[in-house]
Design a protein around this ligand. Structure first.
Ligand code: ADP
Ligand code: G6P
Length: 513
């Protein structure tokens, strides 16, 4: 088995300059993702929207996906096309049923928890799987007429895994790449999904499938070998369903320099000055996450309790400012995590707080990115402790925002994809509040020299492996994979997929036939 560390020496040389210039001048970039950010606003929440928004702005092209709206006429309206400089967006509505079954249902009640190792929360028998395939099919039909022959198509995330299989049925032969923003679980977990083989073989309609980490790539490869009878070639590619599929790890990054500039500009914003009057910067601990059970928020607040219990000298002095806007409301597991977080926050604040101070301040709404950047810069500790995360961009943003002369310290979960790259953070097991508390204390007390040395190493890492680097590497590899020959003596690649790759809920397992 390959090493589970991200190996920089295997990084593919870039065709562009890594600073935002396009990898290829041969055609447009067409991005397909469930969420399409409103490019007229600067306030994008969620790792995908932030990274894709930044990538597309520098290369230009088309971004297709859900409008965020639900309407009864969703199927008859056609895409709403808007242009913002060099980027056009084409968005379509969902019907109520599609919203319920495709988005909340199969995507977020089943795939999200399953891929985040939460088999206990995954509603495996959801009826949403059929609607999930139907929405993928409809999206493919809506985007097909907008595609030009030399476009490169890049599909994103777990909502749209079978998208390329449907697009191939529309005779689209362009290069199509897929990037999974969330983890790919251990094969033993993935195989708990009903019809998992039908589902997984749709990955083979892509030319390239990208993962956040080497661990995710290897999980997928092991699944494909053990459950789909695919063969791993010496160069790491997978042979199956008449195709040779390239799979790679492409850890997603941020535009560190522009985030740093934003942080410097906003560190003295009036809103933050008021906060500074209450808590000194050296005593401020910050957490910023969507209110998702994968983020380890109750465990984080428990760690604050553990810190104060073990080292009472911090009582009245330190504060965790946790920003956690609601997300995916209507899914029971999200309602439950919110109640649990509020209960534990109340408990810790009740036990240690007084009239003028509380150890945890919890803000349940989105905050403008500029403000977040300033807040990160003013906080001595960045607490990023997910139980499982594809990458976690907040970890990188926190580092980018620091003042190099007097930087804060990142406390990072070993289960964030970012841990594969950010070895100089203080690494913790988020399931162990005592261990996290010890790391928080170490961060609060860390001498300036050590803080600077750790920050410098992390800064160099996030600058060299930026969002531009991620995009260029992905597109360079995708361009290399174009036009792979059909299987010798076998059906052509496209035909093999046309004839069998689009399963539906009732289909039987093709590999068992
Ligand atoms: P995920 O993709 O699971 O949401 P990430 O940490 O990878 O997690 O990405 C989250 C992105 O959304 C980051 O860019 C972060 O700055 C942004 N974000 C998170 N919370 C908020 C918030 N409260 N307000 C604005 N932006 C937020
Ligand atoms: C994560 C996922 C994205 C998703 C985002 C926000 O970053 O990887 O695909 O868009 O969370 O979640 P939402 O359900 O609001 O789109």
């Amino acid at each position: 088995m390959a090493s589970l560390k991200f190996d920089r020496s295997r990084a593919v040389p870039m065709r562009g300059d890594g600073q935002g210039q396009p990898a290829s001048k041969t055609g447009r970039l067409v991005i397909v993702s469930n969420r399409v950010a409103d490019l007229s606003k600067g306030n994008l929440a969620g790792g995908l929207a932030v990274a894709v928004g930044e990538a597309l702005k520098s290369s230009g092209g088309l971004w297709f996906g859900w409008s965020g709206a639900r309407s009864a006429e969703a199927h008859s309206k056609g895409p709403n096309i808007q242009t913002f400089g060099n980027v056009s967006t084409a968005t379509v509505d969902l019907t109520e049923k599609e919203f319920e079954d495709y988005y909340l249902g199969f995507s977020n009640r089943c795939l999200w928890p399953l891929f985040h190792y939460r088999l206990d929360l995954a509603e495996l028998h959801t009826t949403g799987q059929a609607t999930y395939f139907e929405v993928n099919k409809r999206f493919a039909a809506e985007v097909a007429p907008l595609i030009q022959t030399d476009d490169t198509i890049w599909v994103h995330d777990y909502h749209l895994i079978p998208f390329a299989a449907h697009l191939r049925q529309k005779q689209v032969t362009n290069r199509i790449g897929f990037f999974l923003h969330i983890p790919f679980p251990a094969p033993e977990l993935f195989s708990a999904l009903p019809h998992h083989r039908d589902f997984a073989k749709t990955f083979f309609a892509y030319d390239l499938v990208g993962f956040q980490t080497v661990r995710d790539r290897e999980n997928f490869a092991r699944y494909a070998e053990e459950y789909l009878n695919c063969r791993r070639l010496n160069d790491g590619r997978l042979r199956g369903f008449g195709r040779t599929l390239r799979i790679e790890a492409f850890p997603i990054g941020i535009d560190a320099e522009s985030f740093a500039a934003e942080a410097e500009k906003n560190a003295r914003a009036p809103e933050l000055r008021a906060l500074a009057r209450e808590v000194e910067s050296e005593r401020l601990i910050v957490g910023v996450d969507r209110l998702d059970y994968s983020k380890g928020l109750p465990e984080r607040v428990r760690a604050m309790g553990s810190l104060l219990e073990k080292w009472p000298n911090y009582i009245g002095k330190v504060q965790l400012l946790q920003i956690a806007p609601p997300t995916r409301e209507g899914v029971q597991a999200y309602d439950e995590i919110r109640s649990e977080l509020e209960r534990i926050t109340g408990e810790v604040n009740g036990r240690y707080g007084d009239f003028v101070w509380s150890p945890v301040r919890y803000v349940n709404r989105p905050v403008p990115r500029a403000m977040l950047a300033g807040l990160f810069r003013r906080s001595r500790v960045g607490l990023v402790t997910p139980l499982r995360d594809g990458m976690n961009l907040v970890a990188k943003e926190y580092v980018a925002a620091q003042d190099p002369a007097d930087p804060g310290v990142l406390v990072l979960s070993q289960f964030a994809g970012a841990a594969e790259q950010m070895e100089e953070a203080l690494m913790v097991n988020p399931h162990d509040p005592a261990e996290t508390a010890t790391a928080i204390r170490r961060a609060l007390e860390m001498p300036l020299g050590e803080r600077r040395a750790r920050h410098k190493a992390l800064w160099n890492q996030i600058v060299s492996e930026s969002v531009g680097w991620w995009r260029e590497r992905f597109l360079a590899v995708l361009h290399e994979t174009n036009g792979q020959p059909a299987t010798p003596g076998g059906p052509s690649t496209r035909n093999a997929l046309r004839s069998e790759a689009v399963p539906h809920e009732q289909s039987s397992d093709p590999t068992a036939r």
